[in-house]
Design a protein around this ligand. Structure first.
Ligand code: GBH
Length: 478
């Protein structure tokens, strides 16, 4: 690598953490091995009509068997950190009770392998693969699920806490609650807004209870966090109606999580906007004290902004790009229309707007001063293809990453405390309702042969991670 030319590059703080991310069900496969039982995503994906093309995570990237090769790829990338998730049904096959040693062993080997390469493991406890047995007992709308999660968190902390210093409780509880139980485009595919709100509360409670377990068990100096897919909501105009539509969507997109987790309250307007669905009696005395736990940083996932307008007569919109559903994920979304931005889009149809990330970081810093931020996911799907020479050239992804990292740098320069950035994703993988049709990886996966082919974005990102500097878009090392 050449030293970055200061005139042609912008430099990140020396201790800025560069990483990539994956999630268990999206990459592991081996769904029936070593005692693993079905998760809600196994059942959902095996239900005809749910996932595009009938794809399932049965094999995925076969990472459960190819983890050593994947560690080698991570080593070549030169990243300082790797964010992975632990599959609950490998650890507790029935969703409760003692640990399954073989499940623990898999993550233990992975963690040891990362540490040997000098890569910091960042463990997420829940990236959507709830043990099916717990769904049958009521799933996230049932309060008991939160207590089961805390027990599971304790088991994983006991097993890996001596080596994993950085922990995340939940990944994107918004998706678990409102795509899983509201629009039904994610597992378990239920469509009831009252259940979705109950699920949101029990996910919040699960987070708080799990943080307590982690704090009790982890050595001093461990970092505990949660990852939220905060929505950067943009009203189409400054009209009072559009602003009110934005406020209502912001309530169940963002503040129903940040309120209790970071401020110990459920915002009054969120309760009022959803009063036609529930009396919120599922929030018991003392719950918000459990949910509000000091965090070492907030994980933020960002892909694209959310454009909203007031729409008389509007209502059931599928706006999340996660498949076709007649059900809306938004409990307070009556009379709100979701707009598509002009201009370039990714293969998901999501508009490309790096300034949305800057604005989002500014907001978090303003509303939650003193809370460090890590960008735990950012990236894009494009229609990548293997060329005749065997290479995968993805200039659009480099452009996307360059644009977003420039905005992260601008936020840091303005005083926002951003500590790290994780590219989603290390590998092409099972993209939930879209199956294998969407490729987010820095590394291409041939699903016939399981061959891994680093894309040109992987080489570009490796240079960024190694040097801590952002070259111009075209200064691509070969
Ligand atoms: C993440 O989900 C996941 O953590 C990861 O597993 C996944 O593979 C990756 O991103 C790519 O999808 O405001 O209604 O338009 C991101 C899910 C996508 C949910 C954008 C919110 C916009 C909702 N998010 N979506 S809306």
């Amino acid at each position: 690598d050449q030293a970055p030319d200061p005139a042609r590059s912008i430099t990140f703080p020396p201790d800025f953490l560069w990483g990539t991310a994956t999630a268990s069900y999206q990459i592991e496969g081996a769904v029936r091995e070593d005692g693993r039982t079905p998760s809600i995503w196994d059942v959902y994906a095996h239900t005809p009509g749910r996932v595009l093309g009938g794809d399932t995570g049965d094999v995925a990237d076969d990472h459960y068997h190819r983890w050593a090769e994947d560690l080698g790829i991570l080593g070549d990338l030169g990243v300082g950190a790797y964010r992975f998730s632990v599959a609950w049904p490998r650890i507790q096959p029935t969703g409760s009770g003692p640990a399954n040693a073989k499940g623990i062993d898999f993550y233990s080997r992975l963690v040891d392998g990362l540490l040997e390469k000098g890569i910091q493991p960042v463990a997420t406890l829940y990236h959507w693969d709830l043990p099916q047995e717990l769904e049958e007992a009521g799933g996230w709308p049932a309060r008991e699920t939160a207590y089961r999660f805390a027990e599971y968190a304790g088991i994983v902390a006991d097993a890996l806490g001596d080596r994993v210093r950085t922990w995340t409780t939940l990944n994107e509880p918004w998706c678990s609650a409102f795509l899983g139980y509201g629009s039904g485009v994610h597992a378990p595919g239920r469509t009831d807004h009252a259940d979705a709100l109950r699920a949101a509360h029990h996910l919040n409670l699960a987070h708080g209870l799990a943080v307590r377990q982690l704090r009790d068990r982890l050595p001093a100096g461990s970092q505990v966090s949660v990852t939220l897919n905060l929505h950067q909501i943009r009203p189409m105009t400054r009209s009072p109606q559009d602003l009110d539509a934005a406020r209502r969507i912001d309530g169940t997109a963002n503040r129903v999580f940040t309120g209790p987790m970071l401020a110990g309250i459920y915002p009054e307007d969120v309760r009022a906007d959803t009063a036609h669905l529930t009396d919120w009696s599922f929030v018991r005395e003392g719950d918000t004290d459990i949910i509000q736990q000091p965090l070492d940083f907030l994980g933020v996932n960002y892909y694209s902004p959310t454009l909203v307008a007031h729409d008389e007569g509007g209502g059931a919109h599928n706006s999340d790009g996660h498949g076709v559903s007649v059900h809306s994920p938004w409990p307070a979304g009556e009379g709100v229309a979701f707009q598509q931005a002009e201009g370039r889009k990714t293969a998901m149809g999501w508009g490309i707007d790096p300034t949305g990330l800057y604005d989002l970081l500014q907001r978090v810093a303003r509303e939650h001063p003193g809370l460090p931020i890590v960008i735990t996911e950012n990236g894009a799907a494009f229609d990548d293809e293997v060329a005749g020479d065997g290479r995968v050239d993805d200039p659009e992804r480099i452009d996307y990453l360059h644009g977003h990292l420039s905005e992260v740098h601008r936020a840091i320069a303005s005083g926002v405390d951003v500590r790290g950035y994780f590219l989603w994703s290390l590998l092409d993988n099972f993209e939930w309702g879209y199956g294998y049709s969407k490729r987010f990886g820095a590394v291409y996966v041939d699903y016939e042969t399981q061959a891994r082919i680093p894309k040109s974005s992987a080489r570009w990102y490796a240079q960024v991670a190694r040097t801590g500097a952002l070259p111009t878009r075209d200064a691509l090392s070969r």
